[in-house]
Design a protein around this ligand. Sequence first.
Ligand code: ACM
Length: 488
Amino acid sequence: MQTHNIIPMPVQMTPGAGAFALDAETAVAYDAPALAAVAEFLAGLLRPATGLPLPVQPATGAQPNRIHFTTGADPELGDEGYELAITPTVVTVRAPQPAGHFYAVQTLRQLLPPAVESSTQQPGPWLLPAGTIRDYPRYGWRSAMLDVARHFFGVADVKRYIDLLALYKFNRLHLHLSDDQGWRIEIKSWPRLAEVGGRTAVGGAPGGYYTQADYAAIVAYAAARHIVIVPEIDMPSHTNAALAAYAELNCDGVARSPYTGVEVGFSSLCVEKEITYRFIDDVLRELAALTPGPYLHIGGDEAHATLDEEYRIFMARVQELVSRHGKRPVGWEEMGKAQMRRDALLQQWRLTPDAADHALSAAAQGAQVILAPANRTYLDMKYDEQTPLGLTWAGYITPEQSYTWEPSTLIPGLDPAAIAGVEAALWAETLVTIADIEYMAFPRLPGIAEIGWSPAGRSWDEYRPRLAAHKPRWDALGVNYYKAPDLE
Ligand code: ACM
């Protein structure tokens, strides 16, 4: 079984003899109505390149020549695990929950030749090597973040990124929806946020915002790929766009000028005014209603224009507002200065001793920690001095550096049980198009996926050729990846 090119590496693989060949008679069958969607998803994925009909139908009896989605898997596989059994006559996909079937589909597509990703018909043959795979994730939180505030990316771009995340079994997309340079989500009770705050972007680029219908379309598209949207409204700093839209949110009652630069930490909501909390409550209420996922991200980073004592009171109070809307608060690492709710998640991006203390304090209060170390997982950092896009404040990050770190030992003293998972973040000060996003994300993104999914004990020497083998797949998908010298 040529399983060595699957990313993330599955937990357990056992080779068999021969292969299952997709042909004009192959069907996709499912046992339970809840599995029809994933069966259709697989067939829809395979039809363009294979040109095969691949009819999707409820399973009857024990027909050969089918890919069979079935329940009745070992419950120990968990909500996202699956088992795949491939013989020359039948492929059986078993999972306790539909998310597991969906991840099995991602493994199946990676077992097929890269040309299967093409949108036009390719010659084949389409062979799935025989064997069995038993697989489940190490962490339940495997996210990517997209900054749509510094530059705006439309619904089609976000869907494209979601498709690429799904291939690598990510299960969260964190959307950074507001910052100094732009406000990107329609809020009906505060319409000027999008109308005025949405107009700007870094360097005078065109702004934009998602209508609530746009956002709902993103949520639905992600959900069909078992990806939960985690919306972020950054506060109390990174709020100039809101402060420009509504004068009354400023302590001095004077609207701020629109901002299109790239400095951070200069803005602050007026933490002593009650209207600030009515504003936040309204925004969180609308966002919670639009967001089926259980999380609302409230930022909290780089609040250099907010007094520490006020910051602590503010972040504690806003966590309670999130909770009142039935969601779990997520905040950047600085939120660990404040009292944390037990159901909160702290997102670690800095690794300095004081930042590490925030993670330890969060864990001691029962909160969980998401690891997004800037010097490893910030995909907007340049690869090297030649990289035309990106920033350097956290250093250059080669594909090797983004891959060779271990979550359980990243923060000394942090209980591994407090680690929710990992995030690959992509800030967009220098990124304008989806091609720019792809250039910074690939080839580093799949490595973060593997850190989030696969068991500990990785090696770059083993991973490097496996990653390089994905280049023809990215070519078939039209991904604008960086041609890393060490993958040549
Ligand atoms: C951050 O990078 N400011 C979270």
